[in-house]
Ligand binder design. Structure first.
Ligand code: IMP
Ligand code: MG
Length: 176
């Protein structure tokens, strides 16, 4: 199957919204510091843009979990591919996600990270597809709620492609 990508959220609009969320985070964490956890690889672009705009002290760590193959459907199976380098004890932890779909990845992550004694544990996502939720997750910061479409760009991929698009686009699958 071939596919075409149609612009859905242009870069300026994404960055404006990230600036608003960064301002809110900076005020919510005033007088503290925030430990950002980037869920690789999709969240990399988002975390960088967000971190640059947060005004309280920031530290970062990276983790990789897998729930998707190169397909567009969640398998429901989540495994840790790369764990964090640092412990979370006493830290104000903010998980940074690219997109919440079924919610399976996040509910698993919240459960395992919650056991590592963080002082607080919150969740921030660039995109949310609320219609697709299978497992309940409490999202503290959402940049955009989007419809049930497969999106790429700004870190998000389809079969490892399109991550470098500076905008978020909807993938249209074409019949050959
Ligand atoms: P969940 O466990 O179903 O919530 O899946 C979340 C993960 O699926 C995300 O972190 C993405 O890696 C991937 N995913 C879900 N929807 C999309 C999409 O529209 N485009 C690209 N990746 C997606
Ligand atoms: Mg992801």
């Amino acid at each position: 199957m071939r596919e075409k990508v149609r612009i859905f959220l242009p870069e300026e609009q994404i960055n404006e919204r990230i600036a608003e969320i960064a301002k809110q985070i900076s005020s919510d964490y005033a007088g503290r510091s925030v430990h950002l956890i980037c869920v690789l690889k999709g969240s990399v672009f988002f975390m960088c843009e967000l971190a640059k705009r947060i005004t309280v002290p920031v530290s970062m760590d990276f983790m990789s979990v897998s729930s998707y193959g190169s397909d567009t459907k969640s398998s429901g199976v989540v495994r840790i591919v790369k764990d964090l380098d640092e412990p979370l004890d006493g830290k104000d932890v903010l998980i940074i996600e690219d997109i919440i779909d079924s919610g399976r990845t996040l509910s698993y992550l919240i459960e395992i990270l919650g056991k590592r004694n963080p002082r607080s544990l919150r969740l921030c996502t660039l995109l949310d597809k609320p219609e697709r939720r299978v497992t309940d997750v409490a999202v503290d910061y959402t940049c955009f709620n989007i419809p049930d479409e497969f999106v790429v760009g700004y870190g998000l991929d389809y079969a490892q492609r399109y991550r470098n698009l500076p905008f978020i686009g909807i993938v249209e699958f074409l019949e050959d």
